[in-house]
Design a protein around this ligand. Structure first.
Ligand SMILES: Cc1cc2nc3c(=O)[nH]c(=O)nc-3n(C[C@H](O)[C@H](O)[C@H](O)COP(=O)(O)O)c2cc1C
Length: 194
């Protein structure tokens, strides 16, 4: 039998690892609304991630029902112009089942390195937010589909496109189904140098 190295995991660490490893991207949600207070707490917590020069380059836009409806109409338009009305109806219907909508943006910068580092920080914040929600029983999906780069979307969400870009549209809600995922082995993704 293969002998494994002793684990350094304590019960607390195992539980923490379980949250990190167990979070999954959720496609299907229950229609139970998620309390707004929980989302605000998740944002307040997520902004404690590392961010170089403490630029705090993010902004979080919570989209209410009225704005969601306008996004659904835009989604329909985008798909209808790329494919056809049947495909647009199908996608609009699927998107209408996403209970919570949150847009995370990052400040644009002329300085390429600064913008790259700011984007990294925003990505860390999105992950932290998703994990916080996951621990609270709320699933989410990070999307970067064409709508997130469409000028009309910025108009609908009230985002200044000249100053910010979208890191992700995050749908959230209580999971209806949690999919299974796998990852590569540690030996495939890590290398030890002398
Ligand atoms: C930057 C980013 C953009 C993503 N955009 C999409 C997307 O547009 N559509 C989608 O289905 N999933 C999207 N995802 C989710 C990934 O597909 C998902 O994380 C991946 O399949 C691994 O699944 P897991 O999150 O359950 O581990 C995105 C994830 C990241 C980090």
């Amino acid at each position: 039998m293969k002998k494994s190295a002793p684990s350094y995991q304590t019960q607390e660490l195992r539980e923490f690892a379980e949250i990190l490893r167990g979070r999954r991207t959720i496609e299907l949600f229950l229609q139970t609304p998620v309390p707004e207070k929980l989302i605000l707490e998740a944002i307040e917590t997520a902004i404690w991630v590392p961010n170089h020069h403490v630029t705090e380059p993010w902004h979080f836009y919570l989209l209410g029902k009225e704005t969601q409806e306008r996004c659904l109409d835009l989604c329909w338009d985008i798909v209808a112009s790329k494919k056809d009305e049947k495909a647009a109806d199908f996608k609009r219907q699927r998107w209408s089942q996403k209970p919570g909508w949150l847009v995370v943006t990052c400040q644009r910068s002329e300085d390429e390195l600064l913008q790259r580092e700011n984007f990294a920080a925003c990505s860390a914040a999105v992950h932290a937010l998703m994990l916080y929600l996951w621990k609270a029983g709320v699933g989410s999906k990070w999307t970067t589909g064409p709508i997130t780069r469409d000028s009309r979307f910025f108009g609908i969400a009230g985002i200044d496109e000249s100053k910010e870009f979208v890191v992700g549209l995050i749908w959230y809600g209580y999971p209806k189904l949690t999919p299974v995922q796998s990852r590569k082995e540690l030996s495939e993704v890590s290398t030890k140098r002398p």
